[in-house]
Design a protein around this ligand. Sequence first.
Ligand code: NAD
Length: 445
Amino acid sequence: MENAYQTALQQFEEAAHILKLPKSLYLRLREPEWATETNFVFPMDDGEPKLARAFVVLHSKLNGYFKGGVRYDPNVTFDEVKALAMWMTWKTALVNVPFGGGKCGVICAPAEHSNEELKRLTSNLTRRLMPFLSPHIYIPAPDAGTNEQVMAWIFDEYSARQGIGDCYNVVTGKPLRLRGSHGRKEATGRGLRIVAQRVISKMGLVMPEKPRVAIQGYGNVGSVAAQEFYDIGMNIVAICDKGGAIYNESGISIPKLNEYMAQQRIAFEEAKRIISTEKTARRDIPNIALREPTVAGFPEAETRNRDAFWSIPSDILIPAALENAITESNAQEIQTLLVIEGANGPVTPGGEKGLLKRNPYCIIVPDILANAAGVLVSYFEYVQNTEWYSWTRTEVYEKMEAKMAEATDRTLEAYKKGQAKHSLRMASYLVGIEQVALAGKDRGK
Ligand code: NAD
């Protein structure tokens, strides 16, 4: 398994070399400013104490306050969180918002906890994060395994610890009623579609009339992306999540798939509620209700196993689950024209080589550009909270589209200059890192 942090460092080294970064900035940006592990205990519904381990990494604030998601995942590692924090620094700079990179990862399996347990876990985590949390230090947001409910709990616990008032701009991705922003939930998936369309048109990529789209991950990012590409008439032929993959050559109906997912979610939440409130043993709940909702089994498509997903031919492939999804070993099976990185770090360096070996003309749109609309609308939420203003969904989308177009164009310009050696990834790094370095230079670093 490739290590995401080693990948992030390797990419940084290459960009720093091309940019001829002065040594003081090189050393400063190569390591996170803060990297901490914390362990805490929270009670389960049956009163049993449970230990949780969390990692907090604040990479750089040269370009602005630390910003980055909170991830709940059983396999999260310190190195992964370090990589994600570093990528956030380059991403925020690339889309030109005044933030730096941060990230928090908690080793836990959210699907196995009741809502009450997750709330207690989150409140305990928030207490541990108090030295870092602040609208002027670290401002978290949702990431894999967390959502607006988790952000609402962080906001509430943080505010309670501050004293009498409430502090809305300490966290973004909150529910609308708690001053979340219109369009935040949809931002990342919508941004993938905006960037894909712009890259296709600006690079003159030849696509079939109804391009075939394959998506790995059907959470916040993947499901919204599926809807967005479906709405512009593309053919969603394959989707894969933790539970398996589905395939339909003539196209999957996203509204029908969403109904199928919603039914499972209701049964799953009800099963979790019964276990936690009525103290019913898990073995007494039907297996199907205890299954984490999955696209697998959708009646209007063929269900395949997860590994079989990669060999399904597509024109656009969107890895939107977790990092290290496309590696040297599965890249050879992949037949596609355009990869849009919805997740952070889904294509490893070996995976990138493999994709290009299979199709030398394959274009890979890197994560720090493709999925940047999430942090962009988080920034809009922060601005609205700070200024006590509320933009309409249309206003948010207009601003987001303009900024994403600008970031895409800046990347394509750097790409055309040739220093990036024909890689959009390196082009986006050069733009992002240069911006952070210039901010550092202005500070006299
Ligand atoms: P999520 O938890 O809502 O969904 C994750 C999805 O990936 C689920 O459908 C899950 O079943 C699937 N998955 C997990 N492991 C898998 C595996 N081994 N094989 C196939 N599918 C698997 O997470 P999300 O918020 O959609 O985030 C997904 C990715 O996008 C992460 O890398 C995250 O860092 C990145 N990202 C998220 C946002 C955001 O706004 N949420 C913004 C930018 C980047």
